[in-house]
Design a protein around this ligand. Structure first.
Ligand code: DGP
Ligand code: NA
Ligand code: NA
Length: 213
């Protein structure tokens, strides 16, 4: 009976989100986590938001590349729509036992728009009803240090003064699902810390931790 319990249909994948400023190392760490979980034999997918491959994602991409101009609220809602269009796929993956490593999620949505001066409650509203992450890994870095890392790539938000504001917004949003990791440490040290946190979270979800919104 005990064995049946652990194999019950409630066993699911974990929703793991990485957040942080541009150039904090999130994208490299996401792929490292993906490979190591895969190596351990877990079913795992690597996702990122914005997902630039959808129709909405292409509009977002052209905005970020400064090829189109959009009103602040309009682009905010597009970023959110880009998460909504993946919601049902996200839920079915998690329920079928696949862990998702997600590079940016709703917290980016709120932090980047609130940094422009939009009301934070207005920014949070369209995110309500998306799945809640089991674990948020915040890669903490000083905006100045991030800016020095090989420079920014030239997209719309990659400017020091703006990133300082984003950083303040992020830190106000911390909740119980967050773990703050010092992203100025060597890559291998960051990876070790992340990996331990992720394995714990995956384990809890396999044991039946409920999925929430
Ligand atoms: P990335 O592909 O992770 O480099 O993200 C592209 C840029 O878009 C980056 O500066 C962060 C920003 N961003 C990501 N998600 C959102 C969002 O939901 N809303 C806003 N306003 N910006 C976002
Ligand atoms: Na970027
Ligand atoms: Na992204």
């Amino acid at each position: 009976l005990r064995m049946e319990d652990s194999k019950s249909k409630e066993s699911r994948g974990a929703l793991i989100v990485l957040e942080g400023l541009d150039r904090c190392g999130k994208t490299s760490q996401s792929s490292r986590l993906f490979s190591s979980l895969e190596g351990f034999g877990y079913s795992v997918d690597l996702w990122r938001f914005p997902d630039r491959n959808t129709g909405v994602g292409q509009m977002i991409s052209s905005y970020l590349l400064n090829q189109t101009q959009l009103d602040d609220r309009t682009i905010h809602l597009l970023f959110s729509a880009n998460r909504w269009e993946k919601r049902s796929m996200m839920e079915s993956k998690l329920r079928s036992g696949t862990t998702l490593i997600v590079d940016r999620y709703s917290y980016s949505g709120v932090a980047f728009s609130a940094a422009k001066g939009l009301d934070i409650e207005w920014c949070k509203a369209p995110e309500k009803g998306l799945l809640a992450p089991d674990l948020v890994l915040y890669l903490d870095i000083q905006p100045e240090e991030a800016a020095e890392r090989g420079g920014y790539g030239g997209e719309r938000y990659e400017q020091l003064e703006f990133q300082k504001k984003v950083s303040q917004q992020y830190l106000m949003m911390r909740d119980h699902s967050w773990k703050i990791i010092d992203a100025s440490l060597p890559m291998e040290d960051v990876e070790k810390q992340l990996s331990a946190l992720v394995l714990d979270s995956v384990d809890l979800c396999r044991k039946g931790k409920p999925l929430s919104q």
